[in-house]
Write a protein that binds this ligand. Sequence first.
Ligand code: MG
Length: 382
Amino acid sequence: MKKAIAILGSTGSIGKQCLEVVSIFPSRLRVAALATRDDVDAIVEQVKKFQPRIISVLNDEAKAKVEAKLAGAKVQIFTGAEGLLKVATAADAKMVVVAIPGSLTLTAVLEAVKLKKDIALATKEVLVAAGDIFMSEAKAAGVKIFPIDSEHSAIAQCLRGEDRKTVKKIILTASGGPFLKTPAEKLALMTAKEALKHPTWKMGPKITIDSATLMNKGFEVIEAHHLFGLDYAQIEVVIHPESIIHSLVEFVDGSIKAQLGAPDMRVPIQYALLEEERQANHWGRLDFSKVTGLTFAKPDLAKFPCLEYAYTAGKAKGTLPAVLNAANEEAVNQFLKGKFNFDQIAVKIKAVLAKVPNKENPTLEEILAVDKQARETVNHGG
Ligand code: MG
């Protein structure tokens, strides 16, 4: 049976790779709705090829351009927050792929969950900022969450067939980012351009910088806590620059299961879109004759303090993870604009975490309010 999917962020790196997977399984998957920011040419091509009934773009200007290029096409075009909501709640979509970085999609994704749509989650910020709310809504609605992240996909695969009570801990692997071997004192001089060169994975700018600061790994720790119901003490991070072991699970008897594969996001994407069904892989495969070695190291928290901030915020719960997320998003934005150097990202985040008070058991409205407050603090008072 053909499953209809909606994709929030269809013209980004993950969104495009999702559509590649859809193309490979035309008898299994079709596209119901797509949302992009303002990549007009790409969304026009996607509409022609995948024929969604609903699309969304950032604003009226982008909408006018899309309309001009799609004259006569049977597609409804929406904009802004309403557009994201229309795409996430498209009537025929059974699964929503969430692949827009940032907290922009929170409201739309929660609505999709309430409508019992399964979620394929690439956007880390949903679980980081509103993990407790998201997980309890998902549980209440009985929807399944399929992680589109190599690490969480790996953990989910290692946990298959295992009794969760026998899990001792999980170990998330981290490439270490482009500055793994850069001396700490040199980090201060790093520019956005240098930080955008990621060694193994090909990703968008926000997540590439998050990978360089290890905040990406910190977010993955918080995500893993929510997705797999583990205490923070049970979640470890190990630096593994080759990105071949995607993550590991250690059980009470000392056995460790690892999931390995070529570093290609289309593999976990396919696994998520097909709801953990194994199907032939059309992408790259791991060739052990070409693997020269697998290396591991402890993360250097003095050099990459963002990882520690994520543990701190995650354990504190309440609104602090949302503050962490928003402060990071704003600091990374400004770094990408060239406003300050690399080391200042962590400095700004730390200042905001100390400044915005934590609130326990927040509502979504309260989370969105601290999100705004944290951004303003980065801009004006951090
Ligand atoms: Mg990852």
